[in-house]
Design a protein around this ligand. Sequence first.
Ligand SMILES: O=C[C@H](O)[C@H](O)COP(=O)(O)O
Ligand SMILES: C=C(OP(=O)(O)O)C(=O)O
Ligand SMILES: [Mn+2]
Length: 448
Amino acid sequence: MSEAALEAAGVDSYRERVAKQQPAWPDPQALATVVERLNNVPPLVFAGEADVLREHLAAAGRGEAFVLQGGDCAEIFAEATADRIRNKIKTILQMSVILTYGASTPVIKIGRMAGQYAKPRSSDTETRDGVTLPAYRGDIVNSSAFTEESRIPNPERMLDAYHVSASTLNLIRAFTHGGFADLRRVHAWNKGFAANPAYAKYEQTAAEIDRAVRFMGAAGGDFDALKTVDLFASHEALLLDYERALTRIDSRTGRAYDCSAHFVWIGERTREIDGAHVEFMSKIHNPIGVKLGPTATGADAIALAHKLNPDNEPGRLTFVVRMGADKVRDNLPPLVEAVRDAGVVVTWLSDPMHGNTFTSESGYKTRRFDTILDEVTGFFEVHRAAGTIPGGLLVELTGDDVTEVMGGTEQIDDEGLARRYETKVDPRLNHQQSLELAFLLSELLSQQ
Ligand SMILES: O=C[C@H](O)[C@H](O)COP(=O)(O)O
Ligand SMILES: C=C(OP(=O)(O)O)C(=O)O
Ligand SMILES: [Mn+2]
C-alpha cells in the first residue's frame, strides 16, 4: 500500500537521471537486502516536525528569525558518543544565545547531526606514499582507514548509519527537552567563557547579554518556557539509496517526506537541474537546501527554485551560499538580485566554510578564521545593498578543542594544526573559535 503511494508520489523518477557521487556497490544483492530493511524501519523524524521547521525557515527568510546550522563536515560512527554529542549541542546552544542577542530574533537551531554521513569527494581515489585506493566517501559508505578492504563500499553501513542516527537523535531530544538547554545554564557557560582574560574583547557584548537576561528576570520573564529548545537534524541528501529508502508517505497529508532528517540539502557537486538529486528532492516535501558556489548564475538559481519550489512556498527552499571570501562580494549580487527580481521566495544562508579551504604548508586541509568571518561579512553587505534578507549561517564545527582551522584568539598556526587535527574530511571550528565567531557576528548583526 505505502509502496504504491510512494510510487504514485513519483519518488522513483530520479532513477532515470544521472546520479553523481554515488558509490559503486560491489554486491547488488547485499544492497537490495539492506534497502528492503530500510524501507521498513520506523522513520527518524515525523513529517509534522519538518513542517514546523519549514515555518521557521520561512520566518528567517523574512528576517523574523536567524538560522544557525552547525556540526561536523562528516560525522563518524565511532564518535557518536555522549561526550562528543553533548559538547556539540552545548556549542550550538551557546552560539545561539549570543546570536539571539545580536539578531534580536529567535535563532533556529539545526544540527549537521544525526545523519551527516555521506561525503562527495573531488577525487574518486586517494594516494598515500605511492599507494592509491578508492576515496573515503563517509561512514555510511566505507571506512576512512587506509586499507583496500576498508575502502570497499559496504551497504550494511547504511543500516549502521540509521541506527547511529537514531541514537544521536534520541540524545539530542533528551538534552534539548530534559533541562540541559535551559537558557540560564547556557548563559552561565557563556559568562564563564567571557570571563577568561584571553577573550576580554567580547566582554562588552557578554555584559550586555547578561544585563538583558537579568532584565528579563526582573521583569517577570518566563524562564521556565526557556528550559527547552528545538534542535532540528539535517544532512546532505547525497546517498540516494539511503534517502529514498527512508522516504515515507505522511499519513496526514498523503505527501512524501524524506524521514531521515528534518532538513536535507543538495551539495554544490550534485545540483545540476537535470540530475538525480534535484529530481529526487523535487518529490519530497521537507524544507530543503541547495548549495550555491561561485559558478552559480542567477538563471541557475531561478531554474532550481522553479523545479524545487514551483508553488513558491516560503520556507521550502533555502539557498546556501559558499562562494569564498574573495568572490562573495562580486558573485553573489547578481544571484540575489535575479532571485529578488523574479519574485522567487527563498531563505538565504551563508556557508563561509567551503569556499575558503586550502592546504597548509605542512599539508593539512584547513581554513582561516578571519577568512570565514570575512565571507559572512561580505554576505551581509551584499544583502544589505540588495535590500534582501541574510537569513542565517551554516558552519562546520565541533564542541571539542581540536586544531583544524587556523587563527582565532588561540592563534592556531600551521605548526599548531598538528596538535589535535582529527577531522576525516573538512576542518571544523573548535569550541572556542565557534563562540568567538558567534560574538563577532552578534556585533555585526546588531549593527544591521
Ligand atoms: O565537505 C565537503 C566536501 O565533501 C569536501 O570539501 C570535499 O573534499 P575533497 O576535496 O577533500 O574531496
Ligand atoms: C560538501 C559540502 O559542501 P559543498 O557541497 O558546498 O561543497 C559540505 O557541506 O560538507
Ligand atoms: Mn564539508
